[in-house]
Ligand binder design. Structure first.
Ligand code: COA
Length: 184
């Protein structure tokens, strides 16, 4: 639960919807088993994936949010977190992963396309949440969100799949250090 406020700040600072701090604290209590955090050597989260198994579709994992600290992007950290989640949910017998993405989020679309490609699955995109589903009052608008459904989830090649939390932490730290020093 201690991670909740840190994930909230990471989400806020990386352009995700500003959900309440409560949502992240609750998520870290109730959905830790279906989420992953990549930390640096000081224990600071540099990336996260949070999601849940859909109660009405128990073969499907819904990825609610993925974020990587801007200093650590482009180094496959998001892919490695998705791979970690993909392997865990496949072990539990789930067959599909879903997420929603706004039409203009090229990085996120590429991320899910990359994940699907390497699992031998076709990403199927359909409109899901339209503008009208979100509050329109007070000048507030929300972009529509397209659903991507990926499956059936094959296993990655063994060498690529062997990421555990410790390795993610080490990778995040390496990335942070290289970002700070300007080296790659
Ligand atoms: C989306 C996000 C998580 C990607 O994180 P990342 O660690 O930089 O991504 P990776 O390095 O793992 O890249 C994974 C794939 O996406 C592609 N990709 C990543 N960023 C990209 C960009 N800006 N434009 C095009 N493709 C991109 C990579 O090339 C790679 O594809 P490949 O396997 O075909 O080479 C990150 O940009 C982010 O945190 N964005 C802000 C939050 C957000 O929009 N989250 C998604 C909505 S819930």
């Amino acid at each position: 639960m201690a991670d909740g406020r840190l994930l909230w700040a990471l989400a806020r600072d990386n352009g995700l919807d500003e959900n309440s701090p409560y949502a992240y604290v609750m998520w870290c209590r109730d959905f830790a088993a279906t989420s992953v955090v990549a930390r640096d050597a000081e224990g600071t989260p540099r990336g996260f994936v949070i999601g849940h198994v859909r109660p009405d579709a128990p073969d499907t994992y819904f990825l609610w949010q993925v974020a990587v600290d801007s200093a650590c992007r482009g180094r496959r950290l998001a892919r490695r977190m998705l791979d970690y989640i993909g392997d865990r949910i496949a072990e539990r017998g789930l067959t599909h992963l879903e997420a929603t993405v706004t039409p203009d989020n090229a990085a996120s679309r590429a991320l899910f396309g990359s994940f699907a490609r390497d699992r031998g699955a076709e990403p199927v995109w359909t409109p899901l949440f339209e503008r009208e589903h979100f509050p329109q009052d007070g000048g507030h608008t929300h972009e529509p969100e397209d659903l991507v459904r990926i499956g059936p989830l094959g296993q990655l090649a063994a060498a690529e799949a062997l990421w555990d939390s410790a390795e993610l932490a080490a990778e995040a730290d390496r990335l942070r250090q290289s970002a700070v020093s300007g080296r790659n």
